[in-house]
Design a protein around this ligand. Structure first.
Ligand SMILES: [Zn+2]
Length: 190
């Protein structure tokens, strides 16, 4: 029996359509991501990395929240002082940065390594893996899996740092260079 060419073409197009549409619909089905905050304050290049990161985690069945992105220099100064300066100094800086005051207990811990951070240029983000709507701060397996996803995408992951390990932190590789080239206007304003 001879099948007319036209019919073959239609069958081919239908099959092609099916295969092209299938991955898209699966992906949108898996897309269960809640962002704690928007990504609009991130550097436009780094933002793509973060979006890719969230998507790749989702493909592996891991939801993540991005809970911190851009930080002003005032906020960074206050965070840098934490664990290093007396409580009054820290809380004065926090007041300037419009942050809630902290207590003596919290001021025992250093929370950031750097006086100027990739966060100040929108070149870093902090995330936490989430299961059933609850952040998984102590789930090392999930941290590792997410960390490797970030590394594979070409980002730096704070979980690999020596000294102050910062598991939630992901940042652009060579961020200092990117900051100088892309954020001259921000450097000048600050
Ligand atoms: Zn961070």
């Amino acid at each position: 029996m001879r099948v007319p060419n036209g019919v073959l073409k239609i069958v081919f197009v239908v099959i092609l359509f099916f295969f092209l549409l299938l991955p898209v619909s699966l992906e949108s089905y898996r897309w269960e991501i809640r962002l704690e905050i928007g990504l609009s304050n991130l550097n436009y290049q780094f933002r793509r990395y973060v979006e890719k990161f969230v998507m790749e985690c989702s493909k592996e069945g891991i939801s993540v929240w991005i809970y911190n992105t851009y930080r002003s220099r005032a906020v960074q100064n206050a965070l840098y002082a934490q664990g290093r300066e007396p409580l009054e100094v820290v809380n004065l800086l926090r007041q300037k940065a419009k942050l809630e005051p902290i207590d003596e207990r919290k001021n025992r811990y250093v929370v950031t390594k750097l006086r100027v951070s990739a966060h100040n240029y929108g070149l870093a983000a902090d995330f936490v893996p989430v299961v059933d709507g609850k952040p998984q701060w102590y789930n090392d397996e999930l941290w590792l899996r997410c960390g490797y996803i970030a590394l594979n995408l070409g980002m730096e992951w704070g979980g690999m740092w020596k000294g102050l390990v910062d598991k939630p932190h992901i940042q652009m590789k060579n961020w200092r260079k990117v900051a100088t080239f892309n954020h001259l206007e921000r450097l000048i304003i600050e």
